[in-house]
Write a protein that binds this ligand. Sequence first.
Ligand SMILES: CCCCCCCCCCCCCC(=O)SCCNC(=O)CCNC(=O)[C@H](O)C(C)(C)COP(=O)(O)OP(=O)(O)OC[C@H]1O[C@@H](n2cnc3c(N)ncnc32)[C@H](O)[C@@H]1OP(=O)(O)O
Length: 172
Amino acid sequence: MSSTWSLPADIEIPVRHPMAPEPGAQMREHWEKCFGCGSDQPTGLGMTFIAGEGLTVEAQFDVAHRYQGGPGVIHGGILSTGFDEAMGTCCMLLANSVVTAHLEVDYARPIVLGSTLKFSCRIDGAVRRKVYSSAEAYVDGSNAPVATARALFVQIDMDQHFKDTKQFIDHF
Ligand SMILES: CCCCCCCCCCCCCC(=O)SCCNC(=O)CCNC(=O)[C@H](O)C(C)(C)COP(=O)(O)OP(=O)(O)OC[C@H]1O[C@@H](n2cnc3c(N)ncnc32)[C@H](O)[C@@H]1OP(=O)(O)O
């Protein structure tokens, strides 16, 4: 795998929010209609999340047949969606609302339909509103990651960011 991704020199390790879920606790969906995590999104990934120690989160979803790209394997965009959601949820340990500004994925192995895809995510640091995260994805029986990702999330003001799409929002 290769990447030109590098963290900025002025990066700092942020503090986990005191109200963040305890390590081992399930983390909530950020919005019930979300394609990644929403319980009111029947075609979505239905991802689940467990808070880890420090600034880490474990996430997973089952690779259903409807997520097929090539014959018998996951679509690359679905895998990248899984990373996006898992790493974005990891940022919730800071109790910030964030959106993805940059996401890159290295695809190391094909992922067979029917697998359970597991993500190990962490916050690498933050600079002002920017939160840097990295993650690996695994399937059962594989010690090496099947894919890795890095992302930049930017903290937003929810009211301002979604001011033009409020008609879609029941509540957050
Ligand atoms: C979904 C939301 C719900 C929230 C709940 C929790 C989420 C949970 C899970 C969700 C999972 C799913 C999540 C989803 O799927 S979120 C959906 C996909 N993402 C979007 O739609 C975001 C679209 N982009 C924007 O709205 C704006 O561009 C944002 C808000 C990101 C920044 O525009 P804004 O005008 O506000 O700020 P700024 O332009 O001064 O930038 C600020 C800083 O960031 C730096 N920068 C910006 N872009 C890049 C870049 N590409 N590479 C490197 N750096 C970049 C920039 O240089 C500056 O740095 P500095 O000057 O400080 O050094």
